[in-house]
Design a protein around this ligand. Structure first.
Ligand SMILES: [Zn+2]
Length: 560
């Protein structure tokens, strides 16, 4: 057996080690381990969602996927089907790379690369054994060899088409290509040299830098879709959120892609070219004023003034400026937008003034009136608090903004956005949101909507250690109504419930589960260093290593 050195030791011996690597130098238990990856999986039971970190997953029978594969082959032919599935796998691999960078922020490229086969295995497509890989970014060199056991794709191919005369695991070969290319920033192509679909005992997969495969590399078509860094540029670990540009760059851009928010966005674009009144309806904190600003920006008079009036100000006494008349809010908004916030709080006298002003208007309006409310219009009119004629005038173009709990799939994007925004605003570099904190944010109901999320993250940014992670205690104040449990995957393979703070509930857990949980926590605390974890637990390194192997927390390496 060859000599093994720790990564820290290796880095000291060779300062450029991050640009070169060899799987034989990999620190045992370097994160993310299988236990770490399992902790990134969250089953939001009853919510129709499974999360792998911040991405939504689905469970689907392998046979059903096989059926789809069969139909695709029958419809478009083998060659096109191979290309489509290869591309799908490639995209899947790129998402693996994003998971490793985002959740685990692994600064060591060898350890980051080693996580790929583990994710691939965890997702259940295939059982991967890493035989060996080595790379040298400066030379544009990568070579890896992997064995795949029990590939679902090969099984499905055999079931529908019998023994093949060429490799059949198309989607599976795309995945390591997408993953490795995304991490290295240069194209690495994987091909099967043996495949169970051809009758072999297992699939044997070789990955090489694209140029090593010769002049004809048809798979390269897919590399163009992956972000590439200039050839020869050194690999850099992911940067902290504050350093990344706040995206999108457009001010007041609406973030999200769920059905409800897409609908609101489409309506906004449709009404932008007109001057008629718009009414925004939505719970407090959903961003009604933000939407109004966006509409102003994309509307007919983006350079005109945007004047906000809080209608509640009248009920408390004399407002700063009158609504109608000379030097009024309406006069100041001339050529732009008048935004009437909390419109149903407008006192009767002001309602009459505004109604007669609007009725007297002839020709196209010189001010676009936008109003907003979180109250139900029907109630306001039924109680007589608001004039129905004025309401019908102001609500010609209503836009409803959905609450955050109904657009949960937008949470990852919004969390990312607010993290960058506040990190930059307070010039505070941060690594990321911790896994436990993210898991809780994805389950929380946000009664205060997007404003509450933004406040939480801003608070987190201020409370967290510079360069550290945002933890649950930084985000939540303790008065929020938290979900009681979150369900996640335990390294033993069972779904376990944890308390909202991330501690496992020991009730119903086998002793081995409690034991492996303890070890996994110690490993996390030591940043994957087995010796340090052993010290923290009061065990010898050899003893801990033996237990970790036995429990499957670290996987036995092939004898090299
Ligand atoms: Zn195969």
């Amino acid at each position: 057996m060859s000599e093994r050195i720790s990564l820290t030791e290796a880095a000291r011996r060779a300062p450029r080690i991050t640009a070169r690597g060899d799987s034989r130098l990999l620190e045992e238990g370097a994160p993310p381990t299988l236990a770490d990856l399992a902790s990134a999986l969250q089953f939001a039971l009853g919510d129709g969602r499974i999360w792998l970190n911040d991405e939504r997953m689905v469970m689907m029978q392998a046979q059903v996927l096989g059926e789809l594969r069969k139909e695709v082959i029958k419809t478009v032919g083998m060659d096109t089907a191979r290309r489509l599935l290869y591309h799908t796998g490639w995209v899947q691999g790129r998402h693996y790379a994003e998971l490793v960078q985002k959740r685990f922020n692994q600064q060591d490229l060898t350890a980051a690369l080693a996580a790929g086969p583990r994710i691939h295995t965890m997702e259940g497509f295939v059982k991967v054994t890493t035989k060996r890989f080595e790379f040298d970014i400066q030379r544009g060199y990568y070579h890896g060899e992997f064995h795949w056991h029990d590939s679902t794709e090969a099984q499905e191919h055999l079931r529908h088409f019998g023994v093949a005369d060429c490799p059949t695991c198309w989607m599976q070969t795309g995945a390591p290509g997408g993953f490795t290319s995304a991490l290295l920033g240069q194209p690495v192509i994987f091909r099967e040299v043996e495949c169970a679909g051809m009758g072999a005992e297992r699939c044997v997969v070789i990955g090489r830098n694209a140029s090593a495969w010769g002049p004809d590399v048809p798979e390269l078509r897919d590399f163009d879709k992956a972000p590439a860094r200039p050839r020869g540029a050194p690999w850099k670990p992911p940067t902290d959120p504050a350093a990344r540009p706040v995206s999108p760059e457009v001010p007041h851009a609406i973030i999200g892609r769920t059905v409800g928010i897409e609908r609101a966005r489409r309506l906004l674009e449709r009404v932008a070219g007109y001057s008629e009144p718009v009414l925004f309806l939505g719970e407090p904190g959903t961003g009604k004023e933000f939407f109004a600003h966006r509409l102003h920006d994309i509307g007919r008079r983006p350079k005109g003034p945007f004047i906000t009036v809080n209608c509640e100000a009248w009920s408390g006494g004399q407002p700063a400026m009158p609504l109608v008349g000379p030097d009024s809010a309406l006069a100041r908004a001339e050529g732009g937008t008048l935004f009437l916030n909390d419109i149903f709080a407008l006192p009767q006298a002001q309602q009459s003034l505004l109604a007669s002003h609007l009725a007297a208007e002839d020709g196209p309006p010189r001010v676009r009136i936008m109003s907003a409310s979180s109250a139900a219009p029907r109630e306001a009119m039924k109680s007589g608090a608001f004039r129905s004629d004025l309401y019908f005038r102001l609500s010609l173009l209503p836009i409803v903004i959905p609450p955050l709990r109904e657009r949960r799939d937008d949470l990852p994007m919004l969390i990312d956005h607010f993290l960058r925004l506040h990190s930059r605003k307070h010039s505070k570099p941060l690594r990321k949101i911790s896994g436990a904190a993210l898991g809780l944010l994805l389950r929380y109901d946000f009664p205060g909507n997007a404003r509450e999320l933004s406040n939480m993250i801003e608070r987190g940014v201020i409370y967290a250690e510079p360069g550290g992670d945002l933890e649950i205690s930084h985000l939540f104040t303790g008065i929020e109504e938290m979900p009681e449990f979150v369900e996640g995957l335990h390294v033993s393979g069972r779904i376990v419930r944890r308390t909202a703070a991330g501690d496992p509930l020991t009730e119903g857990m086998a002793f081995s589960e409690i034991e492996s949980e303890t070890y996994a926590n110690a490993l996390r605390g030591s940043g994957g260093n087995v010796s340090a974890a052993a010290r923290a637990l009061g065990l010898s390194r050899a003893k801990l290593e033996y237990r970790l192997r036995k429990l499957g927390i670290i996987v036995a390496k092939p004898i090299s």
